[in-house]
Design a protein around this ligand. Structure first.
Ligand code: AMP
Length: 483
């Protein structure tokens, strides 16, 4: 079965969102709402684990949060005043319920649940070591190594064990974990993935984005700092520092594409950042045209910025079908040649005879841009100019954003002019790296003082890619004996 996800045949998806709440009588219901607000961070599966005085419950589901967690019977089963939850993409053949988070285990101190956004870059190495020590893995997720490291840790309390475990993992991680009496949030030393602290009445919340606080009427307190562990328990909110300070390298692609535009990340509105990037793009790569047209939805804020800066009218020249479901089966071979337009359609009336500037956030494989340029021409556009609000995506992400392998990235294989020819646009331009940094408030990209991870555009990976460099030891070959 094909899904409509663009990158669904390469590797395990690790795009995720997390949510946790401490001390609220409707903990599970609130977690379900929070996960619903984070649905854009992963649509393949969701889970909630809840803790009461004596209760520990967990529910996992494939599919959208609302399909399962809007049922009263389900929320009713998730008793307790603490809960954590998770949404994720997991579209490989290995998509099974056993990989759905929160991962749960009975450890020496009692029940434990863990939800992870990000990607561990030494998980395979750790896993091999742990398997040699006798650990029995239940899933194929990288996150499970943390559970085993906690089980083997010397410390007694969940917090001590968590500190020991996270000091052994490398990569990008924003974790929300729970054990009886405590909810723990941890951000990796560079803070690559987001995590914020919120407050709802007397209860505290840890979650990926502020939009998940807004949905339940919670107040934003602050971002969890890179390298910080926040512990919520009956004595309040505690801040611990398991790692040496290493600066910060927040994922710049969260601003460009991944986060919801109504979220505030590290003090910056995602929507405003996208608009500023669009303005900068117009300054760098202006062109005469009749309309600025966003590729909806992700291209909209940057297109608004481009239009405002250039003075060219913004028009919805492409309409998106919002009901393209996760499980929609793409047309069969017999009708595929018709070029079925599942997701986008040209607003022909607006486009015919016009010179249009299309604005999208990124070109990954080039499939979307090629299709959309073609669609504009078929609708009678006189000229089609493509403007991209990110630099060329030339390197895969190993820190939690779903990207195909490098050979499939258009910008890895082709120059900008070759890409223009491939998508058949009249012109193509990407925002420059310096332009992107200017839009984010710096004067240029200063390699000595970087505050973002921009590895997908530069190949400058701030966290060791241990598993990529570590060659797997071959399994011992069975010895065949002639009898
Ligand atoms: P492509 O068609 O492969 O060039 O992909 C580019 C399109 O996918 C753009 O319209 C983006 O909005 C969208 N996109 C970019 N990054 C991702 C991602 N990590 N997951 C899903 N869609 C993405």
């Amino acid at each position: 079965m094909l899904t409509t996800h663009p990158f669904d045949d390469d590797k395990l998806r690790e795009e995720c969102g997390v949510f946790g709440i401490y001390a609220h009588p409707q903990a599970a219901a609130i977690t379900a709402l929070g996960l619903h607000a984070l649905q854009h961070r992963g649509q393949e599966a969701a889970g909630i684990a809840s803790f009461g005085t004596a209760d520990f419950r967990v529910e996992h589901t494939m599919g959208l949060v609302g399909d399962h967690f809007s049922k009263e019977s389900v929320i009713g089963r998730l008793k307790g005043d603490m809960a954590i939850g998770h949404v994720r993409y997991a579209t490989t053949g290995d998509t099974t319920l056993r990989n759905v988070q929160p991962l749960c285990a009975d450890l020496e101190f009692g029940s434990f649940a863990l939800a992870h956004n990000g990607n561990l870059t030494n998980a395979q190495l750790l896993r091999r070591q742990l398997v040699r020590r006798g650990c029995l893995f239940q899933s194929t997720t990288d996150t499970e190594v943390i559970v085993h490291l906690m089980a083997l840790a010397r410390g007694g309390s969940p917090v001590d064990r968590m500190i020991e475990a996270v000091r052994q993992v490398e990569g990008a991680f924003s974790l929300v974990a729970a054990a009886h009496g405590t909810v723990i949030g941890v951000r990796d030393a560079l803070g690559v993935r987001p995590l914020v602290l919120g407050k709802l009445g007397d209860s505290y919340i840890l979650t990926s984005e502020t939009c998940a606080l807004d949905i339940v009427g919670a107040d934003y307190v602050r971002d969890v700092e890179p390298g910080e562990m926040v512990v919520l328990d009956d004595t309040g909110v505690h801040s611990l520092r398991p790692f040496q300070p290493q600066g910060r390298r927040f994922c710049i692609f969260e601003y460009i594409y991944f986060a919801r535009p109504d979220s505030i990340m590290e003090g910056t509105s995602v929507y405003e950042a996208r608009q500023r990037i669009g303005r900068e793009l117009a300054r760098e790569a202006g062109v005469e045209a009749d309309y600025v047209v966003p590729v909806p939805d992700s291209g909209v804020p940057a297109a608004l910025g481009y239009a405002a800066q250039s003075g060219i009218p913004f028009e919805l020249g492409i309409i998106r079908n919002h009901y393209v479901g996760r499980t929609f089966i793409e047309p069969t071979d017999q009708i595929r040649h018709l070029g079925v337009k599942l997701k986008h359609n040209a607003n022909r009336h607006m486009i015919e005879g016009k010179r249009v500037i299309l604005v999208d956030d990124s070109i990954v494989r080039g499939t979307t841009s090629k299709k959309i340029v073609d669609m504009m021409r078929a609708a009678g556009a006189k000229e089609v100019h493509m403007r991209i609000s990110s630099p060329p995506t030339s390197h895969p992400c190993f820190y939690g954003i779903d990207t195909p392998e490098q050979s499939k990235l258009l910008a890895h294989r082709l120059s900008v002019e070759e890409m223009r020819q491939f998508i058949q646009a009249d012109s193509l331009a990407f925002i420059s790296l310096d332009g992107l940094y200017r839009a984010m408030g710096d004067t240029h990209r200063d390699p000595k003082n970087l505050k973002f991870c921009d590895a997908c555009f530069t190949g400058d990976y701030p966290v060791a890619l241990t598993d990529q460099h570590d060659s797997v030891e071959p399994a011992p070959r069975p010895v065949l004996r002639a009898s």
